[in-house]
Design a protein around this ligand. Sequence first.
Ligand SMILES: Cc1cc2nc3c(=O)[nH]c(=O)nc-3n(C[C@H](O)[C@H](O)[C@H](O)COP(=O)(O)O)c2cc1C
Length: 191
Amino acid sequence: MFKDIVLKTRSYRRFYEDAAISLETLRELVDLARLSASARNMQPLKYVLCRNQETNAAIFSTLAWAGYLTDWPGPVEGERPSGYIVVLGDKSLSQSLGVDHGIAMQSILLGATEKGLGGCMIGSIQRERLRQILAIPERYEILNVVALGKPKETVVLDPVGPDGDIKYWRDDAAVHHVPKRALEDIIVGES
Ligand SMILES: Cc1cc2nc3c(=O)[nH]c(=O)nc-3n(C[C@H](O)[C@H](O)[C@H](O)COP(=O)(O)O)c2cc1C
């Protein structure tokens, strides 16, 4: 069922780093983004793919992980992503990117799930450092990074409790819990 894929498509932040991702796989995932919706069909998104260890390490150094887990600085060596897709906006094609990159990243992550992979959309990026590391020309706006790998953690969805707290948290067994609001709390009108 499609809902099972959506349920499985969580934000994963710990991976079997030695499970390499091929360039072909990354290309197939970008192809899903290519086939997705785009405002005015401008298709302004461009991508940098990375799966080699040295560049992976450099990209990793520009990213911030799990802001709510204040005592966790991010995945340790050996549990880091084995690949990245950097999502760029080509300003020569469109100045207003709308929500294209969100749609593209979700297509990428849904496709990753189907392939037995997982990942995390990252918005907290040292963009100027990343631009230098990857020699990204100024005409491209750095929008997001999708980190990818073979997930090494369990993520469960919980209902948001009566206190309304939406912060994700980790339990003693390092299971990652993500509170989700109830359907009745997000539908504000029906007719
Ligand atoms: C646009 C966007 C940016 C995000 N940026 C980050 C980030 O910088 N670092 C991070 O660890 N997670 C990031 N996330 C992941 C969210 O924290 C995650 O989606 C949220 O905790 C819900 O978990 P779920 O994706 O498993 O439902 C981002 C998610 C989105 C949609």
